[in-house]
Design a protein around this ligand. Structure first.
Ligand SMILES: [Fe+2]
Length: 345
């Protein structure tokens, strides 16, 4: 496995780059906006293809790099389903798997620091965001934080992982880089409590100042969505209410860009083709399946995904490849369900 722990000194944030092999797909956890050039360069140097950019939660102390990485590498942006970020391309929930080629991370919902906090786990390590820090825990006094929920997340989820599990947090202010579950259980001062009530008391008594970046970072991090308006302005977007009339039409190819897991969970538009987003670029090129289908039959390619983010990027790729009628369903399946569009399996 390729594993890199990168550090942003200004916000003391750790960012993690993971891949199963050189030349393979990569994902990045908690990227920082100011460091995006460095990540892109490293991904290139290691001969990787960045396919997913994940935030463990909505950060208050730095501006996220997931939007910029998406714009530059066409990767999928991922956050938890509770996230108030305007639009992320994929939303995960407790018990899901976060996968790239050769790697599968367990998704753990761990509210407490915020109500959208998640941890991601590989067999030997866990990325704990701001839920569990080295000899500390993330504050619980803003962004719908809740010390009681955090106690549950830490004691009933994280501390139940095997003792030797490596703990990689989103921040460290003292230069520590890694710990283990056993070490934190024993030596983390915040965890030496006898009850949930005692933990709540400790957390409520911290009286911390707000992060310096909070007034900038929180609003910025809530607007990571791609400008779907820009795609619409170019005439490449269909409202879900109009797209409903395209179901079953022989001159239209509806193309679902989501992953198999999302399709199983949320249903599909009847009669649509399935092309996972990661395969779109190869598909729309001359010689690619969708490119040939559109050119040979004159069918209009209509992309859709979960929220319209991946499909907006796919439209751009298709238009660049010369498919002038390609468009997408604005707002994706989320919008489709809101207007009561038909669903299949
Ligand atoms: Fe945080």
């Amino acid at each position: 496995m390729i594993f890199r722990q990168l550090f942003d000194q200004v916000s003391a944030t750790y960012t993690y780059l993971l891949a199963s092999r050189p030349g393979g797909e990569a994902l990045i956890i908690d990227p920082v906006l100011e460091k995006v050039d460095r990540y892109i360069q490293l991904v290139k140097e290691l001969d990787l293809k960045l396919v997913k950019a994940i935030d463990t939660h909505l950060h208050a102390d730095h501006v996220t790099g997931i939007g910029a990485l998406r714009d530059r590498s066409y990767c999928v942006t991922v956050m938890g389903e509770q996230s108030k970020a305007d639009v992320v391309s994929m939303r995960v929930a407790d018990g899901d798997k976060l996968t790239i080629e050769g790697l599968s991370l367990d998704v753990l919902y761990t509210p407490g620091h915020t109500d959208d906090s998640y941890c991601f786990r590989l067999p030997d390590r866990v990325f704990t965001g701001d839920t569990l820090l080295i000899r500390g825990t993330g504050r619980t006094d803003f962004q719908n934080g809740d010390p009681r929920a955090q106690y549950e997340s830490i004691f009933n989820k994280l501390l139940r992982l095997p003792d030797e599990t490596l703990v990689f947090p989103a921040h460290d202010y003292k230069g520590e880089t890694v710990s283990t579950i056993a070490e934190e259980r024993r030596y983390n001062p915040r965890l030496q409590v006898k009850s949930v009530e005692q933990y709540v008391e400790v957390m409520n008594g911290l009286n911390l100042p707000n992060p310096k970046m909070m007034d900038v970072a929180v609003p910025a991090n809530m607007r990571v969505g791609l400008a779907q308006e820009e795609i619409a302005r170019r005439g490449w977007a269909l409202p879900a209410a109009d797209a409903v009339n395209l179901v079953g039409r022989p001159d239209v190819a509806l193309v679902d860009l989501r992953e198999a897991r999302e399709r199983d969970k949320h249903g599909v538009i009847p009669g649509s083709l399935h092309v996972p987003y990661a395969e779109v670029a190869a598909n729309v090129r001359p010689g690619g399946m969708l490119g040939e289908l559109a050119r040979a039959t004159g069918r209009r390619v209509v992309f859709y995904c979960a929220f319209g983010e991946r499909s907006a990027m796919a439209v751009q790729l298709a238009q660049e490849a010369g498919l002038a009628t390609a468009c997408h369903i604005q707002g994706g399946m989320d919008a489709w369900k809101k207007i009561g569009g038909p669903l299949g399996r």
